[in-house]
Structure formats: C-alpha cells, structure tokens
Design a binder for this molecule. Structure first.
Ligand SMILES: Nc1ncnc2c1ncn2[C@@H]1O[C@H](COP(=O)(O)OP(=O)(O)OP(=O)(O)O)[C@@H](O)[C@H]1O
Length: 865
C-alpha cells in the first residue's frame, strides 16, 4: 500500500480542518462512519474502519458502529462481530486505555495470545493482519476506540497516523455527541428505524425477504442472538416453525420443535398480548435445551416472547433469544410491541403469497397429471403418471394401490412405485405381489367406508396391538406415517391409494385420487374386456365346434342290443355328476355319447368343453387344462384361463385320455379328487365345479399294466365305464345309419340321391368297418358325390380288402372274382404300372405278358383300377 502524499501543505491543512468541522457536525452513527470511510481513504488505503464505544457501567466495550460495506464481510460474520461485547481487559484495550495516541498492532504478533477478544480472531481469520488503534478520549476519559484495518502489514504511514491523532478528540466528541443525541431524541431515532422497518416489511413477500429485513433492521433496535417465528397450523392448532435464524443449530431446532408440541415455550406468553421476558433459568424444561444449558455460564441466556395476532386470534409467536443474561430491557419490550402488528401483517402476506404460489403449483401439477392420466391405458402407464406427479411433491416418497378383488371381501396389490418394487426385490418379499388381504382389518374397511384421506401413524397402531400385518411390514421398511385415500368412481369403491408421507398434502392427494380412480376404473374395465374377449374367443371356438357337430348328437342312431345297453347306461348316469369313462374303437361314437350325456344332464345350459389330449403338444397340455398367469413362462403376456375354468358348472370332455403324459396325469388326479387347482405360475387355488367325461380307444387297463397310465387315475376315471360296441358287432344298425347319413348329406349338400340299392346295402353290411360309424359316414358321403342316379347302386369302399369282408352275405365270391380283385388291388398299389421295376407283374412274380392276358380275360381295364 502506498501513502498518498499531499505535496502542498496548504491543501493538507485544509483537508484536516474541513474534516474536523464535518466530524463536529455529525449526529448520526452512520454519518460518522461514512465520513471516515470515504475521506480517510484519500490519505491511505485500508480495508475497513470500525469504532467501539466503551460502557463504563458494565466495564465492557461493544461496536458503536461497524461498517459492513467497508468490511466486505458476509452477513453471519458481520452479525457475530456487531453483537460482540468484550470486557475492558483484553490485550489491545489495556494498551489503548494507557496510550494517548494511536499505535499499530500486528495481528500476527498477538493472535496466539490468550486474551485476544473473539472479534479480533474473526478479523484475523478474515485475512486482516494489521490494525491502527486510536483511543478516543475526552479529558482522559475513554469513550471509545477507533480501528483502521488492513490486510497487509506496514500499511499505515506516519502522515495518516498523524491525521487520525489530530482528529481523535473530534472523533471522541462525535461518538459522545451521537450517544447524547440518541439519548436526547430517542423517539426520533426509534421512529426513524420503525419507519424503515415497517416500510421494508411492507415489501416483504417471502420468508427469505422477511429473514433479511429482521437481520438488517431489527438488529438496529437492540441486541439479540437468534430469532424464531412460529405459526399455528389451523388444521390441528399445533405450532410449527415458520422462520428462524437457528438453521445452523439442528439440535436446538429439534428441541424447540418437541417443546413447541408440549406448549412449554409458547405457553409462557399465550395469555398476554405484551411481550414477556424470561430468564432461561426460569423455564421448567423437561430437558435441557442444547446451546441453552443454564449450567454453562456463557450460554445461559434470556428469551423474549411475543404472541403475534392477525385480527383477534393469536396466529404467530415471535421468540428472540440471547445467549447472555439481562440483555432485554423494558424499552426493547416497547419496541417489540410497536413492531408486532407490522410483523404479523408481513407474515400473513407471506402466507397468502405462499398459498397462492402453492395453489398455482398444484393447479399446474394437476393439469399436467390429468393430461398424463388421459393417456393411461394400463397399470404401467398409471404407475408412470403417478410417479411423475409425486416426484414434484416433496412430501411423498413411496406409494401403492390396493384393488378390491372380485369377491369384494379381499384386496390385492394393484400397482406400486419403483421404490417399493426395489424394496420387494432387495428384501425378497415377492409374496406381497400375490398376497390377498381381507378388507375387514379395521383399517381398509374404515378407509373404504369414508370419502376422505386418513393419516395413520404406524407405530401407534402397532403398539395398540390392532395393526394389520402389512403395517408391521411397512414399519420394517422404515415407514412412519401412511396416508390412505379411498379410490372410487361414483359410489363404486375400487381400492385404496396408500402413500408414505411425513407431511402429507391431503388436499393434493385427494385431488390426485379423483383422477387415479378414473384411470383405475378404465384399466379394470379394459382388463375385464380383454378377459371377456379371450373367454368369448374360446367359448366361440367351442360353440362353433358344437354347431359343427350339432347334427351329430341330435340323433344317436342304433337300436341294436349293444346300443340299447349303451342307452341304458347313459340314462343311469346323466343326472348324476359321476365321472364317465367311454371306451371303444375309433369312430364308434364316443364323443357323440359324451355330448348326449351332457345334453340330457342338468348342466346342459353350460358348456361342454372338449380337450383332445392327443392333439396337444405335451408342453401345452398343462397350460391348456389349468391356464396360466402373466409371466408364468416366456410368451405368457396375459393371464389366460384354462379349460377347467372354462367348463366351470359344465362338462369337461377329455378325449383320448390315454395319450395324457404321466406328469399331467398327477395334476388331473388332484382336480378330479379335489376339484381345485392352480394356474401355471399362480399361487391362488381355484375351485371348480366340473363334470368329467373321458374317452379313449386304448385299452386303459393294459396301459396301466405297461406303466404308461397311472392306476390311481384309472380307477378315478373308471367310476362309470361305457363300452361302445364296434359297428361290425351291430350290423343291424347299418341300414339305419346309412339312410341317416344319406338324408343328412342330401340336406346339407342339396343332392338328390334318395335311396340305396339292395346290392349296395348288402355290400355295406358285408364290410368289416375297421373305422366304424365314422367310416360309414364318409363312405356314404363319397358315394353320393360319385353317384349319377337317384339311388346309390355302387358303394365306394375306401379300403376294399378281403379281410374287411366277412362271410355274412349270401353271395359267394368265385375264384375268378378273387383273382380279379387281387390283381386290381395290386395294380392300384403300383399306380396302374404293369411292367418294369415296381410294376404289378414284378410284385405278382408274373411275366408282364401273362398279367396282360389275365387282365384281358378277367375284364380288368385301366378305368376299373
Ligand atoms: N350312433 C350313431 N349315430 C349317428 N352318428 C354316429 C353314431 N355313432 C357315431 N356317429 C358319427 O360318427 C362320427 C364319429 O363319431 P365320434 O367322433 O363320436 O366317435 P369316437 O368314438 O369319439 O371317435 P374317436 O375315438 O376317433 O375320437 C361322428 O360324425 C358321429 O356323429
């Protein structure tokens, strides 16, 4: 730093004398400071200037003024310095009392000393290294000390020190005059400050703004260390902290919060409109407040309390706190009384403003939420929309929605946010995904009975012993408070929206829930639609099948004795629920009989669902029978019900039961025994009322013996066996069946073939019918198609084989006929090829020429093959 030299002595003298006059005219603290700071800088560079005044009554000194602008400090440092009061016996003041002129102190030299005052240490920490100390004395009595601070050692030149010494008496008088002026005109001084304070307060709109005004203006009136403003929460009449300087004392804040709840601080002032000053030791604290321990002499202190009211109701409380005793006096109380109305108006303005802002924020949030909700199609969309909204609300962390199940007695998880999902995965609590909770648990029923949000403190319920199991579970996940809101559309209750929140914004949650309910009801309706659609598709499949086969069971043809026996058995079993096992060769009419039993049973208005156990791949049989849950296996995107569920209250026809794999046989056995099962990947047991009819063309007994069929299942199925006779054992039915099929084919295909010739009928009766009635049906169909006349004279047998004929007709085939038939068969097998490799001659081990001549002789032409 360089000293500014004044070359001309005249100018220098003028400067000092001007300054002296100006100092003598000063009556205000701020004017004195500004004058010094601006004018002295013209002589010498320095960092800041401050003046302490001396209080001989308490033997302390304190900042008379301290210019924050020139010091460049931040607010909290400035606050600490301006509040500092120190005894008159520290290392610098001792020297100043003895000295009669200014002296320079290097802070480096004294900083380690024990008697260094607190504020000096702060200045050192701030970077100041040198101070010019000027005692301000009037007639040897010290009224104060002036300090010029510099960050660099050796910065104060002799000329500067000279000037300040010349001015020291004027400065001492100025300090004294200012104090006298303030004493003579206290109202003027206070009024001016009050004016500034109320003006500043009127412009306050935020808590930060109020904090600034209190820190800046209120401290001008009197000393206090900390302040606290509390507000009454209208909903519960509890007190909460509205604003405080104590943010850096979390322990003390916690203590105050808990004491506010017990009204121990607030209670001291609530019965009077006057400010109350209380010594900290007079408090009957239940516990000792941190930082205010009366046992700690330095920290024992004083509190000034004032209830602030808007209108007649007390709404706010002002608490000023000093870490020292006997700080607040009656004058301070008067000031607080004066400013309290302005303060409560300012706080009310802030609250109104905050309310408006909150409303605007909520409206914007709800608007964007309703946009998101409008696009919701499924649970994932809804989860995302809620997560997005909740992320903008600081008071909600986790949520779940429980939906009411179809039974209307239980609830299950409908959706949950990703925190819950992660917690479930980390804790391995996957059981909650499928858990079913009774509604009547004292909590869910209470929530669903009303329309409003209810807040639950989990621990209270757990302690009372009435908590449902999920409260324990949530508590184990560190949830303290839960908020439950019923979800409903109109009067239809859908479920409960649970959120984990310490400070729930109940209004907001309610508004959100109105929209969540609509989305949830749409999702449920959508899921139902998908389910019904699936069910309809499956039912449609079965109905189509029933329509296709309707003509099959409308008439069961046959009056033969074996068929009479079948009818007798059918009539015995139709009205019971007994399991029926229909045995018989292929095409004997097992399915027809099964349908006949179902159609004449009390279940006839429900479905008969057919499962062809042989037609399904082994891997699919189980899912086909029992259905599956979403995600049960790759590709299981949606829940699908199985045939057992589909056949509920109807009949399940298990065709080709002999083909069922052993592992599925076990499960089938359980359903037959207990009429209950679980879907694949599901944990819920489903009960069904299904009548089972099984059929097979295998010899099940032999299958059991060969170990391919479980004996226990066999005996379960074989409760009521019906054995279908093969057609060859009831040939008397063949003419009836043939005419039946002829008529039906004519009707369906608008053909005009009305009769069967005696010859053709004989042919039919003579045939062995390995494919039974089905084969007869197909044969009639083919013959009608190939017939040119109104009467069927020729039957187009599919497998014209000697073995399939029995000698029941009167006609005896001669040898030539047999030879002709045999050659025709072989020619058919060879595709009409006579000679060469693979030809009929080679197979018959005849020369081609011999075969040709035989064919001519027997009248076999290419057309007859
Ligand atoms: N008594 C009958 N009266 C009329 N039609 C019959 C009779 N028996 C069988 N049919 C017909 O024969 C065809 C085969 O019958 P069905 O499918 O019931 O036999 P199935 O024994 O179940 O055969 P598979 O063992 O091959 O499944 C069907 O078109 C059926 O309508």
């Amino acid at each position: 730093m360089k000293e500014v030299t004044y070359e001309k002595k005249g100018i220098y003298l003028n400067f000092v004398s001007d300054l002296r006059k100006q100092i003598a005219a000063v009556r205000e603290r701020n004017d004195l400071l500004n004058l010094l700071a601006t004018s002295m800088l013209r002589l010498n560079e320095f960092t800041s200037v401050s003046i302490h005044s001396v209080d001989h009554h308490t033997n302390t000194y304190f900042p008379f003024f301290f210019n924050q602008k020139t010091s460049g400090r931040n607010l909290s440092e400035f606050k600490a310095l301006s509040n500092a009061r120190a005894p008159l016996d520290d290392i610098i003041v001792r020297d100043a009392i003895l000295a009669d002129k200014s002296f320079v102190v290097s802070l480096n030299d004294i900083v380690k000393s024990e008697s260094i005052p607190f504020w000096l240490q702060v200045n050192y920490d701030y970077g100041l290294r040198e101070v010019l100390v000027t005692p301000l004395k009037i007639k040897n009595g010290m009224v104060g000390i002036c300090y010029f601070w510099s960050k660099k050692a050796g910065s104060f030149g002799d000329r500067f020190i000279n000037v300040i010494d010349h001015l020291s008496t004027e400065l001492a008088y100025a300090v004294s005059n200012t104090i006298i002026h303030e004493m003579l005109d206290p109202r003027g001084w206070i009024n001016e400050l009050l004016l500034t304070f109320s003006h500043d307060l009127s412009e306050v709109r935020t808590r930060d703004g109020l904090n600034r005004v209190i820190e800046r203006d209120l401290r001008n009136f009197f000393h206090f260390d900390e302040f606290l403003i509390t507000a009454i929460v209208p909903e519960n009449s509890n007190e909460c902290i509205f604003l405080t300087s104590l943010t850096s004392h979390p322990d003390l804040l916690d203590w105050i919060r808990s004491n506010l709840a017990r009204e121990s601080v607030w209670g001291k002032a609530k019965d009077t409109s006057n400010p109350v000053i209380i010594n900290i030791e007079d408090f009957e604290f239940n516990c000792v407040p941190p930082c205010l321990d009366p046992a700690d002499a330095d920290k024992g202190g004083e509190i000034m309390l004032k209830i602030l009211s808007e209108g007649n109701e007390p709404n706010f409380g002002l608490i000023l706190l000093s870490y020292r005793q006997n700080v607040f006096d009656p004058a301070d109380r008067q000031i607080i009384q004066c400013i309290s109305r302005h303060l409560s108006t300012a706080i009310s303005n802030i609250l109104v403003n905050e309310n408006l802002e909150r409303k605007e924020k909520h409206n914007a949030l709800l608007l964007s939420f309703s946009h998101d909700i409008a696009a919701v199609r499924n649970k994932d969309d809804l989860t995302m929309a809620i997560e997005k909204a909740v992320s903008q609300l600081s008071n909600i962390s986790r949520f779940v929605i429980r939906g009411i199940n179809e039974d209307e007695k239980t609830m299950s998880l409908f959706l949950f946010d990703h925190h819950v999902k992660r917690a479930i995965e980390e804790l391995g609590h996957h059981f909650v995904l499928d858990a079913v909770y009774p509604i009547a648990d004292g909590i869910s029923d209470a929530v669903l009975a009303g329309n409003e949000t209810i807040v639950y403190k989990l621990q209270d319920w757990i302690d009372s012993g009435n908590a449902p199991s999920y409260f324990h579970f949530w508590r184990s996940m560190n949830v303290e408070k839960c908020v439950a809101t019923p979800l409903q559309t109109g009067t239809r209750k859908l479920g409960i929206f649970w959120v984990d929140s310490d400070e729930p914004d109940v209004k907001m949650i309610n508004s959100m829930c109105a929209q969540i309910s609509i989305a949830m009801s749409n999702i449920i309706a959508n899921e139902q639609l998908v389910k019904y659609k699936q069910q309809l598709e499956i039912e449609n499949e079965h109905l189509q099948e029933q329509i296709r086969s309707i003509y099959n069971f409308s008439d069961i043809i046959g009056t033969s004795t074996p068929m009479q026996r079948v009818y007798q058995l059918m009539s015995l079993v139709t009205h019971s629920n007994a399991t029926v096992l229909i045995l018989g060769e292929t095409g004997t009419g097992k399915e027809l009989i099964a349908r006949g039993i179902h159609e004449s049973s009390p279940r006839k208005n429900k479905l008969m669902v057919k499962v062809n156990c042989a037609a399904l791949p082994v891997t699919l049989i189980e899912s086909e029978l029992f259905g599956y849950e979403r995600g049960a296996f790759t590709g299981a995107f949606e829940r699908r019900i199985g045939k057992f569920e589909l056949a509920h209250n109807g009949t399940l026809f298990l065709d080709e039961i002999g083909e069922l794999p052993l592992e599925v046989q076990v499960k089938l056995l359980r359903v037959i025994q207990e009429r209950e099962f679980e879907r694949l990947g599901g944990k819920v047991t489903i009960k069904v009322n299904v009548r089972i009819i099984a059929a097979t063309n295998r010899n099940l007994f032999a299958e059991v013996a060969a170990g391919r069929f479980r004996s226990d299942l066999y005996y379960r199925l074989n409760v009521f066996p019906i054995l279908m006779p093969p057609l060859r054992e009831r040939r008397e039915d063949i003419p009836y069946l043939a005419h039946f099929f002829l008529k039906r084919y004519n009707r369906n295909h608008l053909c005009k073939v009305t009769g069967i010739s005696a010859g053709a009928m004989n042919e039919l009766k003579a045939y062995n019918w390995p494919g039974n009635v089905r084969e007869l049906e197909h044969m009639i169909e083919r013959s009608v198609l190939l017939s040119n006349s109104k009467t069927l004279t020729k039957i187009c047998l599919s497998d014209v084989n000697e073995q399939n004929y029995i000698g029941q007709t009167n006609e005896v085939t001669n040898l030539a006929g047999v030879e002709k038939q045999h050659i025709t068969d072989v020619l058919r097998r060879c595709g009409g090829k006579i000679s060469g490799k693979g030809g009929a001659a080679e197979l018959l081990k005849l020369p081609a020429s011999t075969l040709n001549s035989k064919m001519r002789k027997l009248g076999i032409t290419k057309n007859s093959i």
